[in-house]
Design a protein around this ligand. Structure first.
Ligand code: SF4
Length: 467
């Protein structure tokens, strides 16, 4: 059987938002995970439109397309193209789960929720020529005893971070703006692999660098502690994501650092307690963000801070406050988002019920556009402020200022090169990508993620205590 798995690009290559390096970071791991359920005799191909032009001239027996909200239009067009040729098309992913009736118009079969259990069931039905229109994941979810991810199908040389992995699904929290509860409806919403399986997966990966793409790498503290213990001596450096609370609790973050954690994505989101309560992000309440930052820096861990603008208690000063805090607290990179009510989330439902949604053009649900009636800020103030924040945070002056806020010269240089390299050398990255040199950049990234000598910081960060 000939099977094609496609990830359409999240934004078009001709769009003003297209940054080749941003879209060349991670391979389509979800598709490679599902491909593991296919037979060895199947002829399987994964195509990722972020890093290659799609070849749509073929006629496989089955096409599976992963649909996110901002690639939905492209995904549906590809689906239509193949169905017109008589090819069987299946769609799955976050957007399909949020809006199954919309997606079903373009597919022979749709998958709702995580597909690790339903995809093998579908394959059995498909081979027996009796596939169902809809497969819904409910109970019995697990990612233990899975067949190994089909990394042989990933074109490693096209990605800066080919060694990405996911060891869990979901997250233990329930923020109103997050896709998570909608996607995992009807079954477990946070579950993990076994430590021995994770360590086996890590030892199959070449090189030194790893990127855990889990929503919350420290979400299961017992598993994380065992994992980090098992990783000591493996000579790895890694990056991941975690909450402010998990950084402050116990000594898990020290264990992570000893195992090789060198940079962490942290969802600070907002400094306003009212905003946190409104978003059901109670895990961030009563926490000292500044102390979490100091703790990470004392361990030599760089920080990618995530911030949301446009929550109802934001005012026009929120952009400057957020950028100033990030710079004075030496945050390495900042990711800003315009609040976006994704379909299926509690935020979307409440905005729809109160008539606040301005559009259902899913292309605009990209966290750069305002798609709802704002409060406290006008839509123009919000979009202008969002762009201003990016520009201001990544100004050379501020990059230097944030870099030199670190204690050691080594940490300062790491910060300077990491932030500058990520945001200031677009043309350089374009040349690297176009000349097929991305794989040669990995040692450089590993160098930037080397361990730094740190002394306990007595530097006062601008503490914002969120009550
Ligand atoms: S902590 Fe992050 S992943 Fe978990 S529910 Fe909140 S936004 Fe989603």
């Amino acid at each position: 059987m000939k099977v094609k798995l496609i990830l359409p690009s999240l934004t078009e290559a001709r769009s003003a938002f297209w940054r080749p390096i941003k879209y060349s970071l991670f391979p389509p791991l979800g598709l490679a995970t599902l491909a593991a359920y296919l037979d060895n005799t199947d002829d399987v191909e994964i195509q990722d439109q972020h890093v290659e032009s799609l070849n749509l001239n073929d006629t496989p027996d089955l096409v599976l397309i992963q649909v996110y909200i901002t690639n939905a239009k492209r995904a549906y067009a590809i689906a239509r193209h193949y169905r017109d040729k008589g090819v069987y098309v299946a769609l799955g992913g976050l957007h399909v789960t949020s809006l199954p009736d919309e997606a079903a118009q373009f597919a022979d079969t749709i998958f709702l929720g995580p597909a690790e259990q339903t995809f093998p069931e579908f394959l059995k039905d498909f081979r027996a020529k009796s596939p169902k229109r809809r497969y819904v994941s409910t109970n019995g979810r697990t990612i233990q005893n899975q067949p190994p991810v089909r990394r042989d199908l990933i074109k490693r040389e096209k990605y800066l971070v080919p060694n990405s992995l996911v060891i869990s699904r979901g997250c233990p929290h329930h923020c109103d703006f997050c896709y998570k509860d909608a996607f995992f409806k009807g079954g477990a919403s946070f579950y993990t692999q076994r430590v021995d399986e994770i360590l086996a997966e890590i030892s199959r990966l070449p090189g030194k660098h790893l990127y855990f793409l889990d929503d919350h790498l420290l979400g299961n503290p017992r598993l994380a502690a065992e994992l980090f213990e098992g990783m000591r001596g493996m000579n790895r450096v890694f990056q991941g994501a975690a909450t402010v609370k998990s950084i402050l609790d116990g000594d898990l973050i020290e264990k992570a650092a000893k195992a090789g954690l060198r940079s962490l994505f942290v969802g600070f989101e907002t400094f306003s307690p009212e905003n946190l309560r409104q978003s059901n992000k109670s895990q961030n309440l009563m926490l000292d963000y500044g102390r979490a930052v100091r703790r990470l820096h004392d361990l030599g861990i760089m920080i990618n801070g995530s911030f949301v603008f446009g929550l109802d208690n934001d005012d026009p000063d929120v952009f400057k406050r957020t950028v100033d805090w990030g710079v004075s607290n030496a945050i390495t990179t900042s990711t800003y988002h315009v609040l976006t009510p994704y379909p299926g989330t509690r935020l979307f439902n409440s905005m729809e019920q109160s008539g606040r949604l301005l559009t259902k053009d899913w292309d605009l649900y990209d966290t750069r556009h305002v798609v709802y009636q704002t409060r406290g800020l006008t839509a123009k103030e919000l979009e202008d402020g969002y762009w201003w924040a990016y520009k201001e945070f990544y100004r050379w002056g501020n990059i230097f200022k944030a870099s030199f806020a670190h204690d050691s010269l080594q940490h300062q240089l790491k910060h300077l090169f990491y932030t500058g390299g990520w945001k200031k050398f677009e043309e350089f990255w374009n040349i690297v990508i176009n000349t097929g040199g991305l794989k040669r950049m990995l040692p450089l990234l590993e160098l930037l993620l080397c361990e730094v000598e740190t002394k306990k910081s007595d530097r006062e960060s601008v503490a914002i205590f969120v009550r």
